[in-house]
Design a binder for this molecule. Structure first.
Ligand SMILES: C[S@@+](CC[C@H](N)C(=O)[O-])C[C@H]1O[C@@H](n2cnc3c(N)ncnc32)[C@H](O)[C@@H]1O
Length: 256
């Protein structure tokens, strides 16, 4: 059992000058190390009996950590795709949902413009930013289209790598997401390499799709590449593992 730290009335005089004078009764938690070691404090926090944070507006200590989510890949993840995950036979790069353009810039830079890169982004403001960057840095062999991927059947090619970083879930309704996946299932060419962040299974689990993801996409083991890139750093290795590589399989005609 864990005892809650004493709630005795505070008899301390908080310093008003010099060292520790940033501490006030509101923003300070007094806890004797003699009684509670770091592990005990962790346990108290975990059990919701003690808070490490408070709200500076209302002074409440009943706070919870925020979720942090990125809507773009990190620079290292982008480099990893073109260094380690893209086979040398690829001639076309397609980035679905380009946002700030992280993936398409990387594609042009890390392949030295040797493959054709197409980005698709339905939000016009983002496309304008990307176009400016492409012009400013004279990036080669890149095109970015302002449209919804569902209108762009012609961007799918043979010998293609497609990169998708959690494209639909924060931006479209459930029905629209289902339509997008049905469209991708219809249009990606067999043999296409798909790099998806995070694992696809996670983002489609709640959707009703007419096909089976496991039959459509065959995962490729990239553990060795992730470990090599991590160079002993577990955190980097895990960051790379978030990028899952699949090969699009031949669509088998449904039996009537
Ligand atoms: C999470 S961001 C990915 C950013 C970028 N690929 C990266 O990794 O840095 C997803 C983007 O996809 C766009 N998007 C969502 N649904 C789309 C659709 N059906 N067609 C085109 N773009 C779409 C959103 O506007 C958003 O900018």
């Amino acid at each position: 059992g864990i005892d809650i730290p004493s709630k005795e009335p505070n008899k301390l005089k908080y310093p008003t000058e010099g060292f520790d004078s940033d501490c006030t009764e509101l923003n300070t938690c007094e806890i004797d190390s003699f009684l509670y070691e770091d592990d005990d404090i962790d346990a108290l926090v975990e059990h919701g009996m003690l808070s490490r944070t408070y709200c500076p507006t209302c002074s409440s200590r009943d706070t919870v950590p925020l979720n942090f989510i990125s809507h773009s890949l990190s620079r290292l993840q982008v480099r990893f795709i073109f260094d380690k995950l893209m086979p040398s036979t690829v001639q076309h790069v397609l980035d679905i949902g380009s946002r700030l353009g992280a993936v398409i810039y990387g594609s042009s830079l890390f392949t030295k413009g040797s493959v054709s890169t197409v980005g698709v982004e339905m939000n016009k403001e983002y496309v304008e930013i990307a176009q400016k960057v492409i012009r400013q840095f004279a990036l080669r062999n890149i095109e970015i289209l302002t449209d919804d991927i569902r209108h762009l059947a012609h961007v799918f090619k043979d010998n293609q790598i497609i990169i998708m970083n959690n494209v639909f879930s924060f931006f479209l309704s459930k029905t629209e997401q289902e339509e997008c996946w049905e469209f991708l299932h219809q249009n990606m060419r067999p043999g296409t390499i798909l790099i998806h962040h995070p694992p696809i299974e996670k983002v489609v689990a709640h959707l009703n799709l007419s096909f089976d993801i496991d039959t459509w996409l065959e995962p490729v083991d990239t553990m060795a590449e992730c470990e090599e890139y991590g160079g002993g750093c577990q955190e980097t290795c895990e960051e790379m593992e978030g990028l899952v590589k699949y090969i699009v399989q031949e669509t088998v005609a449904e039996q009537a």
